[in-house]
Ligand binder design. Structure first.
Ligand code: AMP
Ligand code: ZN
Length: 135
């Protein structure tokens, strides 16, 4: 099976990983909507929450822990938690993933979630260092 996120989990494709537990890993989104946009991905391949065998509860601790990490380390004022299921809903990578998007006062509200901060993709290595405690 040709799956980008399985390849990232296997370490065959590089990512800026910031978290791992038994069921999930989290890494920085390569094209962030806002500063700190992160994807939580189950280790087990499943296409989306509509697929057989999806157990969202397995990745709930990762979603919670990474949300806390992002808000604390980046001093965000909030975080959006989003899953796109199916191409019509905007899914482009067909391995379940939860978008965690930290939010800041400069771009408030739900509609501004999809108006990317033009600065959000800069300095991803520095951001990675902040989130992994290497800064
Ligand atoms: P979706 O549209 O919900 O399938 O989201 C896929 C997300 O994966 C998008 O936000 C992309 O920017 C992100 N993405 C694609 N390729 C990579 C990659 N190699 N590393 C990190 N994020 C990626
Ligand atoms: Zn996969």
């Amino acid at each position: 099976m040709d799956c980008l996120f399985c390849a990232i989990i296997a370490g065959d494709v590089p990512s800026r990983q910031i978290y791992a537990d038994e069921h999930a890993i989290a890494f920085l989104d390569i094209a962030p909507l806002h500063w700190g946009h992160t994807l939580v991905v189950p280790r087990q391949h499943v296409t989306d929450i509509l697929a057989e065998g999806t157990t969202l509860s397995d990745i709930a601790p990762a979603v919670h822990n990474v949300s806390r990490l992002l808000v604390d380390r980046l001093e965000a004022g909030g975080v959006n938690v989003l899953i796109n299921n199916g191409a019509l809903a905007g899914q482009e990578v067909f391995h379940l993933h939860v978008h965690l998007v930290p939010r800041y006062p400069e771009f408030p509200g739900m509609r501004a979630l999809f108006q990317p901060d033009p600065e959000a993709g800069a300095e991803l290595d520095a951001l990675h260092a902040i989130l992994t405690g290497e800064a």
